[in-house]
Design a protein around this ligand. Structure first.
Ligand code: ARG
Length: 279
C-alpha cells in the first residue's frame, strides 16, 4: 500500500513539474550493492578486460567468461570487494588502467614485464604462461627463428608483439599487428599470415576448437621465456594491498585448483608459480 502511495505521489510531482515546463531530472540507476571500496567511493569498482582471448577471457553471448573471470570472482569474494567487469578491449584497458580514473584494475592474461612495471603496479602473479607459435599443417616453420622472414600476425602491444618486433624489426611490414588476437587468428585463417604468436593456452584452445583448419602448435622455450599473469593496476594503487592476500588465499585454499580444472581439465602444477610468488 505504502509503495503504491509513494508511486502515485511521485507521478503527481512529475506531472506537476512537467506542467511547469521543467522536466524532472533523470537520476542514474544506482548499483544494487554499495559499500566502501578501495577506490574510496561507494559502489562496485570497475575491472577492465579484453574478452577475445579464450579460454582466459571471452564473450559467451553477452557474458564475459573464462578462467581469468572465474579467478577474478574468487579473488574479489575473498577480498570482500564488490566489482563489475567490462570488456573494453586491450588498448583501452591499458590506457584507462594507467590513468586509474574509470577502471581500477585490469585482468586479461596480462604478463608482468619490466617495461610495464615502469607505468603500472601488478598484483602477485597467478598463472604461468609462455608465447607459442601456430601455423598451418605442412608449414616449414619449426621455431621462432624460422619466423624471421615470414608473415607473422600478433596482437599489438602484447609480449608477442615485443618479442617478434625484436626478432623481425618493429617496423617490418611482414609483422602484422592487430587490435585483438581474434583478428590475428583470422589473418592466419585467410592466408594473410604464415603464423600467429600468442600465449600458449590461447593457441592450444584455438587449435582444439578449429580441427578443420589443420593447425600445428610450436613451442620454443628459448625464444619464449616463462611469463606470469597478474592483475594490472595504476601506479600506487591502494587496491594492491587488498588483492595480494586474496590472490594468495585463492591459490592456497584450493579454489584456484578448482577453477583451473574447470577450464583446463587437469590439475595445475603450482611449483614454479609458487616460486615466482615468493620472489
Ligand atoms: N600475455 C600477453 C601480454 O601480456 C598477451 C595478453 C593478451 N590478452 C588479451 N586478453 N588479449 O602481453
Amino acid at each position: 500500500m505504502k509503495k503504491i502511495y509513494l508511486l502515485s505521489l511521485m507521478t503527481l510531482i512529475m506531472v506537476l513539474l512537467a506542467a511547469c515546463g521543467q522536466p524532472p531530472a533523470v537520476s542514474e540507476p544506482t548499483p544494487a550493492t554499495g559499500g566502501e571500496t578501495a577506490s574510496g567511493g561507494s559502489g562496485p569498482i570497475k575491472i577492465a578486460t579484453d574478452a577475445s582471448y579464450a579460454p582466459m577471457e571471452f564473450m559467451d553471448r553477452d557474458q564475459v567468461t573464462g578462467f581469468d573471470i572465474d579467478f577474478l570472482d574468487a579473488v574479489m569474494k575473498e577480498a570482500g570487494i564488490d566489482y563489475e567487469v567490462e570488456n573494453v578491449g586491450w588498448d583501452t584497458m591499458l590506457l584507462s588502467v594507467k590513468q586509474g580514473s574509470e577502471y581500477q584494475a585490469g585482468i586479461s592474461a596480462i604478463s608482468v614485464t619490466e617495461e610495464r612495471k615502469e607505468s603500472y603496479d601488478f598484483s602477485l602473479p597467478y598463472y604461468e604462461s609462455a608465447n607459442m607459435i601456430v601455423v598451418k599443417e605442412g608449414s616449414d616453420i619449426q621455431s621462432a627463428a624460422d619466423l624471421a622472414d615470414k608473415q607473422v600476425a600478433v596482437q599489438a602491444a602484447t609480449t608477442a608483439d615485443t618479442i617478434m618486433s625484436e626478432l623481425m624489426g618493429a617496423s617490418n611490414p611482414k609483422l602484422k599487428k592487430f587490435d585483438s588476437n581474434t583478428l590475428a587468428f583470422m589473418e592466419l585463417d585467410k592466408g594473410g599470415a604464415d603464423a600467429v604468436v600468442a600465449d600458449n593456452a590461447i593457441i592450444q584452445e584455438y587449435i582444439k576448437n578449429n580441427p578443420d583448419s589443420k593447425l600445428v602448435g610450436i613451442t620454443d622455450s628459448e625464444a619464449f621465456q616463462p611469463e606470469y599473469y597478474a592483475f594490472l593496476m595504476p601506479k600506487g594503487s591502494e587496491l594492491k594491498a587488498e588483492l595480494d592476500p586474496a590472490v594468495k588465499a585463492v591459490i592456497d585454499n584450493g579454489t584456484y585448483e578448482e577453477i583451473y580444472e574447470k577450464w583446463f581439465g587437469k590439475k595445475p602444477d603450482l611449483s614454479s608459480l609458487k616460486a615466482e610468488m615468493a620472489k
